[in-house]
Design a protein around this ligand. Structure first.
Ligand code: NAD
Ligand code: UFG
Length: 341
């Protein structure tokens, strides 16, 4: 079976993808500098599957280090998760974001070229559609104007990969545009483990539920949506991870570039998420309304047809599954992976 190299594989989405790839029969190798993760996530992925993952403590920007890893292993495909992802921080530290997110891409592509590795999947984001495109977002739409440097690193990386594939027709690239991944592996052994105050909705809710934060601030209730709060296309991280398995099957068999949305196609509002979390888990979430957050747009969700047609993948889990699994992870690991380090 083919061997897949996960750059940034100790992170939230990388660790869940490792589990699904191993369960589908792929060999998995991972490298991470743990700037936003812990090696414990990879150990847990091994425990869940009963299989081993060769894990390197390495900065993906370091081409010498990468060459060593590619020398030691016969790598068939690369999944590029390695990036910084905090939207607000990216506006404060744009150079850090451009340096990290673009350099990881260039180093990976150069090393792939050096070792003749032709298959790559990139963690892109719905943010590349910008705010001008009509919803639902469809892959035939042009990339839009991003509202922050993080988003631009995703748009630029897509462009770099497209140019690389144009120059080398034997290259095979899948750009996976994630919508809003939430939830955790049903075992509760791996999940999202943000450092400091969570930026994203679901980890904030679970930290309120576990007593680490007092109250959720809902950013704006005067949007042109049914209940006035923003609507997003939330997707269970295990569904998303399975989308990577299908993308790996695909990328190994094709050449050229394909952008593919990974979403459910159904949006939920912030208040609907709070309501579902309370109902499914029998806990109360204290919340108050605050001002709008800069850069938020009222609503976006995926047209998920291409993923179904091209990758034979559809999201299967419900919002209730997402809420239950997010809480199961947080309850079992109130301090994330830190308790086990
Ligand atoms: P994450 O922070 O948990 O995972 C990213 C991993 O990359 C971390 O383990 C981090 O330590 C590692 N990393 C970063 N820079 C590195 C470097 N220079 N060298 C080695 N390792 C490095 O985030 P995630 O939620 O798992 O996201 C994975 C990818 O998906 C990211 O590229 C992110 O931008 C993208 N994405 C995430 C979301 C989301 O909502 N979670 C949405 C769209 C796209
Ligand atoms: N929200 C709150 N309170 C919070 C946190 C979030 O009300 O404490 C709201 C936001 O205003 C938004 C919704 O919850 O309406 C979802 O917010 P997230 O931060 O969880 O997610 P975003 O849709 O803002 O961002 C996500 C990813 C980004 C990606 C973007 C577009 O985190 O990486 O989608 O694809 F760029």
């Amino acid at each position: 079976m083919a061997t897949v190299f996960l750059a940034g594989g100790a992170g939230y989405i990388g660790s869940h993808t490792a589990v699904e790839l191993l369960e589908a029969g792929y060999e998995v190798i991972a490298a991470d500098n743990f700037c936003n993760s812990s090696p414990e996530s990879v150990r847990r992925a091994e425990q869940i599957t009963g299989k081993t993952i060769r894990l390197y403590d390495a900065d993906i920007r370091d081409t010498r280090r990468l060459a060593g890893i590619f020398q030691e292993n016969r790598i068939d495909a690369v999944i590029h998760f390695a990036g910084l992802k905090a939207v607000g921080e990216s506006a404060e530290k744009p150079l850090l974001y451009y340096r990290n997110n673009i350099d990881t891409t260039l180093s990976l592509l150069e090393t792939m070229q050096q070792f003749g590795v032709k298959h790559v999947i990139f963690s892109s984001s719905a943010t590349v559609y910008g705010s001008e495109n009509p919803i639902p977002y469809t892959e035939t739409m042009r990339r839009g104007v991003c509202s922050n440097p993080y988003g631009w690193t995703k748009a630029m990386t897509e462009q770099i990969l497209e140019d690389a594939a144009k120059a080398d027709p034997s290259l095979s690239v899948v750009l996976l545009r994630y919508f809003n991944p939430i939830g955790a592996h049903p075992s509760g052994m791996i999940g999202e483990d943000p450092c400091g105050i969570p930026n994203n909705l679901m980890p904030y809710i679970t930290q309120v539920a576990v007593g680490k934060r007092e109250c959720l601030t809902v950013f704006g209730n005067d949007y042109p949506t049914p209940d006035g709060t923003c609507r997003r296309d939330y997707i269970h991280v295990t569904d998303l991870a399975k989308g990577h398995v299908k993308a790996t099957d695909y990328v190994l068999q094709h050449t050229g570039v394909e952008a593919v949305n990974l979403g459910t196609g159904t949006p939920y509002s912030v208040l609907e998420i709070v309501e579902a979390f309370e109902r499914v888990n029998g806990v109360k979430i204290a919340y108050r309304f605050g001002p709008r957050r800069a850069g938020d747009i009222p609503e976006f969700y995926a047209n998920a047809d291409k993923a179904r047609e091209l990758l034979h993948w559809t999201a299967e889990k419900t919002l209730d599954d997402m809420c239950r699994d997010a809480w199961n992870w947080q309850k079992q690991n109130p301090n994330g992976f830190r308790d086990s380090e």
